[in-house]
Design a protein around this ligand. Structure first.
Ligand SMILES: [Zn+2]
Length: 215
């Protein structure tokens, strides 16, 4: 992983606050914050380090990955193994309809803020956006069916377009951010996510590297 912990909300380097176990990190802009760890480059070795650091917390990737797709990014929020708050992966590839596509998948504890940052929402948790509406998509995690709701994103950010869906899986928020926005249609055919946190040697077959997304 990156040798440096950065702020989950802005990626500024954070400082450790001695003697504050409940808020051990502080950001110059955000005050008390959570530490984000993101490798400089998405490699197999760095990913093995990520899985070891986030032991006990799921890391999801679309499975199987399409031909030519690779893991281009991943990250974790947390202070230590057993204290992970969030994981992120990005897989990137090309679809016939959309051209280059980034699919960012985040699993996080409520209030962490990583999903909101990647999605561009004004609030940390998607709860208020998904009440009393029918789900927009359904995916599978293993044998479990997971409902996902479309999430409206900040219109002030014109840097890139994206579609965002979110729901709940295993007691945590699950966010999927797809770029470009039209790539949402990829979710129509029963997408499957796999928790690779305990996959082991099969990971060798996963391709890593490529253009790292901005978020
Ligand atoms: Zn910050």
């Amino acid at each position: 992983m990156s040798p440096e912990a950065v702020c989950v909300r802005c990626s500024a380097p954070v400082l450790e606050t001695p003697g504050a176990p409940d808020a051990p990190w502080s950001c110059p802009a955000h005050g008390a914050t959570r530490a984000l760890w993101r490798p400089e480059e998405a490699t197999y070795e760095a990913f093995a380090g990520h899985l070891s650091a986030t032991d006990g917390f799921p890391t999801y990737v679309p499975w199987p990955m399409g031909p030519g797709w690779s893991v281009t990014d991943f990250a974790a929020v947390g202070d230590a193994p057993g204290r992970t708050r969030a994981t992120l992966t990005c897989t990137s590839g090309t679809s016939e309809l959309d051209g280059p596509v980034d699919a960012i998948v985040i699993a996080e504890e409520p209030g962490t803020g990583l999903g909101a940052r990647c999605a561009g929402t004004r609030y940390d948790d998607p709860g208020i956006d998904i009440l009393r509406r029918p789900p927009a998509a359904r995916i599978r995690i293993g044998s479990q069916s997971v409902n996902l709701w479309d999430i409206s994103t900040s219109s002030s950010d014109g840097e890139f377009d994206r579609s965002v869906v979110a729901g709940e899986a295993g007691g945590r928020w699950l966010w999927i951010v797809l770029r470009p926005a039209s790539a949402l249609l990829l979710l129509r055919d029963d997408w499957i996510l796999r928790d690779v946190s305990h996959v082991g040697p099969q990971l060798v077959e996963m391709p890593f590297g490529g253009h790292r997304p901005v978020w």
